[in-house]
Design a protein around this ligand. Structure first.
Ligand code: ADP
Ligand code: RBF
Ligand code: MG
Length: 176
């Protein structure tokens, strides 16, 4: 049985949920937009707080498709548009630097999008732990830490053969 214990985590840990508005602190302006996942899903995640790496895939239903947007590399699958499978790193917890009152899951996808995808559905496979959440003395230190998390994510996930079973096991929609 996967995903039942937070002490001994069975990776990959799979999460699906809707992208909602976050704290609006302008993480986009910091160069690191994070897709925040709906709170009911976050509350059900049995994983320790921390920073993780893995893969993510976006699903956009017909009703959410905007005609003026070019969904580069997306594939039409029945009545949804499905993105490629991207690398991601995410933060699960209360953001000690900001001392949030509620737990959030924020997914930074390692891809440049020229549009928002609020209300769309995100599939996430968490493949490994990077570090615990930390407090920092300045915003710049937080940004630097996130950049090194992104680099570590690329390093961990670069070996396509190693992660093939995660990407191709049927959790993600096959788009190739
Ligand atoms: P919020 O506080 O509402 O989460 P952010 O500044 O974190 O705002 O921006 C997040 C939003 O930006 C996401 O919900 C998504 O719609 C969009 N976005 C654009 N590019 C990315 C990306 N590479 N990774 C995650 N979200 C992205
Ligand atoms: N917030 C923290 O307070 N401490 C952290 O150590 C921290 N690490 C993060 C690592 C990554 C990869 C990401 C995407 C976010 C992280 N955050 C952390 C959350 C960050 O503060 C948040 O995305 C912004 O405040 C926008 O809500
Ligand atoms: Mg966000």
């Amino acid at each position: 049985m996967p995903n039942i214990s937070s002490n001994k985590v069975n990776y990959p840990f799979y999460i699906c949920g809707k992208v909602v508005k976050g704290y609006g602190r302008g993480s986009k302006q910091l160069g690191c937009p994070t897709a925040n996942i709906e709170s009911d899903v976050v509350d059900s995640i049995e994983l320790s707080n921390g920073i993780y790496y893995g893969f993510a895939q976006l699903q956009i239903r017909e009703s959410e498709i905007k005609p003026d947007i070019d969904y580069v590399n997306f594939t039409q699958f029945k009545n949804v548009k499905v993105s490629p499978i991207y690398m991601m790193c995410c933060s699960l917890g209360t953001n000690p630097y900001f001392n949030n009152k509620t737990k959030s899951l924020e997914v930074h996808i390692l891809n440049q999008f020229d549009y928002d995808f609020y209300d769309c559905f995100l599939r996430v496979a968490i493949c490994g732990f990077i570090r615990c959440e930390k407090n920092f003395n300045s915003l710049q230190e937080l940004i630097d830490a996130i950049h090194s998390d992104i680099e570590l994510t690329k390093q961990q996930l670069q070996d396509k053969d190693k992660w093939r079973s995660v990407v191709e096991n049927g959790f993600f929609v096959r788009t190739y």
